[in-house]
Design a protein around this ligand. Structure first.
Ligand SMILES: Nc1ncnc2c1ncn2[C@@H]1O[C@H](COP(=O)(O)OP(=O)(O)OP(=O)(O)O)[C@@H](O)[C@H]1O
Length: 256
């Protein structure tokens, strides 16, 4: 599914948190949103999901304005995992993932075995099948993050919006999640801080002080000048002799 945004804006306390952002994400594409702390990535994700009150601008899902869709219609197309996703402490991991099925249920289409299979598959995809019966409050930060991503997958969306999906994960689960996302036939927009992870995405969108300042293939976007200007680092581009993959090693710029 194609995602397009035109002139997205959000102002708070007299300043633009997101200012005039327009972008297009093609079906099946993975776009990484990068930028320093406070540059507006999470707010932009919320605007793309239609979750930011008082947000302005237009979001189109396959040319259909989000504003004219019901929450249920949106939830059938688009799933979001926010940074601090919370849920009721009394739910089990399985029940949290079950919430992902809500947009698909109705009196004529009640919860059934096919929904239960989707929940099991989603938990298994995130390596959480063995913890299905664990209560939310007993899960670690990384386990909660994996359950929330499983909940988003159980929603069977065509677009996935993820806010720093690997920030609580150990290195094995970071790599496993990156591989899973790369293989999913979904349109993905995710905010990430790890620029080496971002390098593996199809395109990068760079936010700075609420504005989209660059968008394109990783190597075109992560130029030495931009890394210095926006991220305040110098970088050396290295090549992994094992597979020829490019990696960046960063050096902090001296503060003046
Ligand atoms: N409702 C609000 N009212 C006032 N300021 C806000 C509001 N929402 C966000 N901000 C501010 O806007 C800026 C952008 O926030 P946002 O969370 O979108 O940034 P981010 O790029 O995701 O940051 P990080 O990398 O630290 O997660 C921050 O300075 C934040 O404090």
């Amino acid at each position: 599914m194609r995602l397009a945004a035109h002139g997205l804006e959000f102002h708070a306390q007299g300043r633009a948190i997101v200012a005039d952002v327009s972008l297009q994400v093609q079906p099946g594409e993975t776009l990484a949103l990068i930028g320093p702390n406070g540059s507006g990535k999470s707010t932009l994700l919320r605007l793309l999901a239609g979750l930011q009150p008082r947000g302005r601008g237009q979001v189109l899902l396959n040319d259909r304005p989000l504003q004219r869709m019901t929450r249920r219609e949106i939830a059938r197309c688009l799933a979001v995992v926010e940074q601090q996703a919370e849920t009721s402490d009394s739910l089990t991991a399985w029940q949290v993932v079950q919430l992902g099925r809500t947009p698909w249920l109705s009196a004529l289409s009640p919860f059934g075995p096919a929904d239960a299979d989707i929940i099991d598959e989603s938990l298994a995809a995130l390596g959480m099948a063995g913890m299905a019966e664990r209560r939310w409050q007993t899960l670690s930060g990384g386990e909660r993050q994996r359950v929330q991503i499983a909940r988003a997958l159980a929603q069977r969306p065509q677009i996935l919006l993820l806010d720093e999906p690997t920030n609580h994960l150990d290195i094995h689960h970071q790599l496993a999640l990156s591989r899973l996302i790369a293989r999913l036939p979904l349109t993905v927009v995710m905010a990430v801080h790890d620029l080496n992870h971002a390098m593996t995405c199809d395109r990068l969108a760079v936010m700075s002080a609420g504005r989209l300042v660059a968008c394109g293939p990783p190597r075109d976007v992560l130029t030495p000048d931009r890394l210095r200007e926006i991220f305040r680092v110098n970088a050396t581009l290295l090549t992994d002799p094992a597979d020829g993959a490019a990696l960046l090693r960063f050096h902090c710029l001296e503060e003046k």
